[in-house]
Design a protein around this ligand. Sequence first.
Ligand code: ASP
Length: 433
Amino acid sequence: MSLTNRILLAMAAGILLGSGFEWLLASIDPSSRVAQFIEVGLVDGLFYVVGKIFIASLKLLVVPLVLVSLICGMTSLGNSGRMGAIAGRTLGLYVLTTGIAVTLGLVSASLIGPGYGLSVVADVAFEPKPVPPLIDVIINIFPSNPFSAMAQGEMLQVIVFALLVGFSITRAGEQGQRIAAWFRDMEAIVMKMVGVLIELAPWGVFALLVRLFATMGFDTIINLAAYFFTLAGILIVHALVIYPLILKTTTRLNPLVLLAKMRRVWAFAFSTASSAATLPVTLRTVEKRLGVPKSVAGFSIPLGATINMDGTAIMQGVATVFIAQVYGIDLGPTQLLMVILTATLASIGTAAVPGVGLITLSLVLQQAGLPVEGVALIIGVDRLLDMIRTAVNVTGDAMVSTVVAYREGQLDESIYYDPNADHDTHEGEPHSA
Ligand code: ASP
């Protein structure tokens, strides 16, 4: 069985077993031995530990990977001066797709009306966090200490540092060449580490999902079914219809190939609910399975994981409309425009970790003059939705990266159309173990 299929199987098994545990724990005496074994020994014991180790190992690779791939990407471009064009196209597409996403969320939710006639009472209090002023956000992109940036995992700062190092290497003559060769060797090693981790993924994904589904209350989903299914539906449409349309209109590529090759990345995004933790797999897939060169992937994927969050933007659009409907507030055209603007900005500023989208939602609500406590209404169902929207977020990154590589004339179509690309991880080899 191919590795991707094994990961998908582990996903399904994890969801099934986790849901089974949840049902069992709800129906038996919680102090019984069986309940104790499942709860303490497995859910909060074994599966918790394996899941935590899996996420930690993924995160471990993020900073080294971003640093070396971006530097290698820059040095492979050499003195061609294409970086400006690549960066411009990438940023433009990220903002555009996010704008489309939030508009789709707003319009569909307004038409479907999931919040009408609903009187949901929030059972959790919500404390909005203060949002840093925009000026600080901009200043903070520029690192004053590269080691602190890496230690803190400040991705935008690491990107800026890597761009500077890469740029200088290409202009440092012979010494630069030597260091560039060293970074290429490092990249091969870090990519190998990603490969090892992907091989172990079925276990990690299984453990994460068992624990998650064993502890997730489904009753809240029933109460909020209209919101849940509206949002989940729009997220799926965005990934399976809008992205292929964008890819089709901007390139001559077959979008189904991209979607099929994203399955493994989806499994990671879904089980970790973090674009940042998924980054090693996204980057590897985009380079080795979609044929995007390092110069484009090394820049667009880390940047995308940090600033391009279409799934999160859709959530903010739908959630805003839903909360307005529940509170019986009509959103005027200026308010809608405000939501589009702030949701686009907020999804750029949203950190690529689980649940942050919910926090920035409060900013959007505030800007639209809606009650910020509304966030509390949807907290209960957010975890599962977070998993789905993270999968959308990473698909957007991969799609934009592919489009930019194609338009730069640098996409390797022989890799894109090769179902057996990236043999390293046994992907596509029918007889591999
Ligand atoms: N979990 C999302 C991500 O990492 C961010 C969010 O919407 O909360 O992509």
